[in-house]
Design a protein around this ligand. Structure first.
Ligand code: ADP
Ligand code: MG
Length: 240
């Protein structure tokens, strides 16, 4: 589903990604961990074309992102992304937030878009919020709407960049639960998170990044119980 080869990314003279190789299979849930500044967000942003890589190759959802002929807008329809900040449209209701993409981009009719949006609100546990506005919802509820909004575009892959980092602790669980449900349904997911319990429980594979390198990867039990690399051991000793 995703194939990354020798990916380099710099900002000016500052080299951020220094030759990343990664393959992610359909239905796989891959968790990316690593210290702040190691390039995790940059890596995710490269995967959906929000950042342009300097070198290397990215294939995702059957399209070659790094080919200049590829239509990035079209590619992004298949690659959902959720950030730390939910970025909902404040002046639209929850239902409108979820239907605007399908109506405007996928050209769905309103009734069809709304019926799917209601299904998704049910799925994220917010069936009674469709007429509310974002500011009337808690952070955890808004993030669940943001996930529903991404799913409304029927993506083939979902990318999450620290989706629970801006939430009050009591709201983290409800968002992780929605993500866990999605994983069990077979969605292909790449998730940057500091939630190590979630990584262990839901992840099929864990990637550890440090200093722009993919230092080590393995199953959750390999990475958390028997990390091979000193840098992984040092990082885990601080966060576990
Ligand atoms: P992480 O998500 O692992 O914390 P990031 O990918 O956000 O790491 O950042 C990696 C490095 O790239 C950091 O040193 C950060 O300061 C730098 N960086 C990120 N975005 C930009 C940018 N737009 N311009 C310059 N430097 C950036
Ligand atoms: Mg980040």
């Amino acid at each position: 589903m995703i194939r990354v080869e020798n990916l380099y990314k710099s900002y000016g003279d500052l080299e951020i990604l220094k030759g990343i190789d990664a393959h992610i299979h359909p239905q796989e849930v891959v968790v990316v961990i690593g210290p702040s500044g190691s390039g995790k967000s940059t890596f995710l942003r490269c995967l959906n074309g929000l950042e342009k890589s300097n070198q290397g190759k990215i294939e995702i959802v059957g399209m070659e992102l790094t080919d200049p002929k590829t239509n990035i807008q079209q590619l992004r329809q298949h690659v959902g992304m959720c950030f730390q900040q939910f970025n909902l449209f404040e002046h639209l209701t929850i239902l409108e937030n979820i239907t605007i993409g399908p109506i405007q981009v996928l050209k769905k009719n309103k009734a069809e878009a709304e019926s799917f949006a209601r299904e998704l609100l049910q799925k994220v546990g917010l069936p009674d919020k469709e007429k509310h506005y974002p500011h009337q919802l808690s952070g955890g509820q808004q993030q669940r709407v943001a996930i529903a909004r991404s799913l409304a575009m029927q993506p083939k892959v979902m990318l999450f960049d620290e989706p629970t980092s801006a939430l009050d602790p009591e709201m983290v669980g409800e968002v992780l639960k929605v993500m866990g449900d999605l994983a069990r349904e077979g969605m292909t997911m790449v998730i940057v998170t500091h939630e190590m319990g979630f990584a262990r429980e839901v992840g099929d594979r864990v990637l550890f990044m440090d200093g722009g390198f993919l230092v080590e990867e393995g199953t959750p039990s390999e990475i958390f119980n028997n990390p091979r690399e000193k840098r992984t051991q040092d990082f885990l000793s601080k966060v576990l």
